[in-house]
Design a protein around this ligand. Sequence first.
Ligand SMILES: NC(=O)c1ccc[n+]([C@@H]2O[C@H](COP(=O)([O-])OP(=O)(O)OC[C@H]3O[C@@H](n4cnc5c(N)ncnc54)[C@H](OP(=O)(O)O)[C@@H]3O)[C@@H](O)[C@H]2O)c1
Length: 295
Amino acid sequence: MVENQQQRVLGIVGATGFIGSCLSSRAKEAGWKVVGFSRSKQAAVGAVAEWRTWGESVDLGGLDALVNLAGEPVDQRWTAEAKRKFHQSRVGVTQLLAREMAREGAPRVWINGSAVGIYGDRGDEILTEEAQAGEGYLAELCREWEAAAVAAGVRVLCWRTGIVLGKGGAAWGKMRTVFQWGAGGRFGDGRQWMPWIHVDDLACGMLHALDSGISGPVNGSAPKVERNADFTRKLAAALRRPAILPAPAWGLRLALGEFAGALLASQRAVPEKLVADGYEFRFPTLESALGELLG
Ligand SMILES: NC(=O)c1ccc[n+]([C@@H]2O[C@H](COP(=O)([O-])OP(=O)(O)OC[C@H]3O[C@@H](n4cnc5c(N)ncnc54)[C@H](OP(=O)(O)O)[C@@H]3O)[C@@H](O)[C@H]2O)c1
């Protein structure tokens, strides 16, 4: 930071979470003061300078930018109660933030969470940010989530995140454990495209985008998207374990219910906007990401 230049303030809703803690650290390193928002916890996220609790209302005063990463985890059985929580914690929370954005002193730029699930199940179609939304429960949820953010009328980036790989993340933790036991394998026929991103690129990409002029939907996934079968093979090879236990689609549906559809859907998403905007990925290929994660 330049001497005497006022430190910019970044608010992060969901700063206690996996992506939020990494973003807090990267933002602090980049010179931001981080204000963390949590419903209850004052968690030990060292990079957070100030905590604010929120609930029926939220105080966005004094922030220069906001990132909303709140969301009930979707890797659970999609019961009616779980779906109510998915919706409230995404669409409901975003509507609350959008209302607060209208107040004086609120930030003028906002990154709101979304997911590549917005594209539905699209086979081999290449999905840039220009692609239409797809069909299905997650696509509909993401569509409503994004519409709620856009309604704020400020500069909004709807961050369509792929599977996030990083130490401490649920997806990576589960994959690593299963494959280390030699019990990993492709899902269904493995032909489905699986957009993924290293958590450092997700955080640094967001900070890059806050400082650039881009807005609207942004695909938060690495340039080199993989088919599920190739992802599986590369992960097993990196761990020097076999990947011989494929999980058939019917078995996944039986074990996981509707959530299985999210693992079997194909989304060949590419980060066209971030790349065109000059963001240089630290981990553009799965091999480079696995090298860091297992190094
Ligand atoms: N990780 C991935 O692979 C991935 C992929 C695509 C999209 N995303 C999206 O990115 C966002 C952040 O993901 P993450 O992996 O960092 O998740 P996470 O570790 O589970 O953190 C989510 C945060 O949301 C808050 N939260 C949880 N349940 C909530 C609820 N019912 N109502 C309101 N707030 C709630 C929690 O904050 P407090 O408890 O402190 O309030 C928590 O810090 C989520 O919206 C997720 O859907 C993640």
